[in-house]
Design a binder for this molecule. Sequence first.
Ligand code: AR6
Length: 358
Amino acid sequence: MPIQIIRTDITKLNCDAIVNAANNSLLGGGGVDGAIHRAAGPNLLRECRTLHGCETGQAKITGAYKLPCKYVIHTVGPVWRGGQNGEKQLLESCYRESLKLAKKYECESVAFPLISSGVYGYPKDQALKVAMDVCSDFLLKNDMLVNIVIFDKAAYQISEKLFSDIRAYIDDHYVDLHTDSLYERMLREQCSQILEMDECVAEFPKLAMPLADSFQLEDNKPSMAAPMQAQQLAPQMSLDEKLGQIDESFSQMLLRKIDEKGMTDAQCYKKANVDRKLFSKIRSNVHYSPSKTTAIAFAIALELSLEETKEMLMKAGYALSHSNKFDLIIEYFIQSGNYNIFEINEALFMFDQSLLGM
Ligand code: AR6
């Protein structure tokens, strides 16, 4: 199952376990710890007293009392002291140990705050990267829905360079749209070719027909590769004939590409941040219509070029346009050869767009 980045108050989440960014005493404090204890009520503190604290990088589990979840996993993140004092390893351990406990208690869903990134001062972008890396690693071998909760977006930034590169890409291509986009140019060129051909047929029908004939196959069916003008000139096909020529579907293309790339199904859907059940539905239904975010997630997992991505999207009935930020961000990442879905999702999140996968 996939990772979701969500912006909410973790105490409101109705998943199997939420993780608390606690301190070594496990006896409560400020930040998310304070919020969890307030929402759970005094019985949580009573149980925490029986645990006799917790080492940094380790985790312990309790009931959730008045919280909507079933369990609270308490973990103690490192205090940031410049990054050269084992902070990263300790923070990784917090996520790993918490996930281990969640698995042991058969949790199907878990939610993490960005541990250490508040009072303990761990830089938020680096804290998020650690969370993403450890959780995605865990999900390669385990099934669980992992929520990473970002509480205060204002304080959280993806790297400034990435942010400004994406910003610049969006700005450049919005300009494109207002002047002369590739799509508009192609459309105009095609229209003028058809117009030219129509005029030609009207004025010199005998000259035009051999050209059209050269694109005919037996039974008067036009070749799929024949240019549009010739298809226009071919005799009308019946609906049955047209349906007989139906193109490869999204699902068929996806499975073909998985084979071509030498991936297993699991490698692909995990890399796409897509749920196993959803993948099975796509696999078993040739005509499955995925959401646009799911279709793009697969294109990213398969590391398709921009052209291939567009082809795959078209099969699901979608396009990438230059008139919305979401599409431009996707295009930016593909053009830069960056197929890290979690980084793409961080960027989409920063620009208030829907995330990939699921
Ligand atoms: N829901 C989700 N995330 C939250 C919430 C919430 N309700 N409240 C805060 N955050 P912090 P730490 C985010 O300071 O850095 C406590 O006093 C917050 O924006 O809670 O690990 C403990 O007792 C930040 O990104 O935890 C320890 O003494 C993240 O949660 C110490 O703080 C973690 O911030 C632990 O410090």
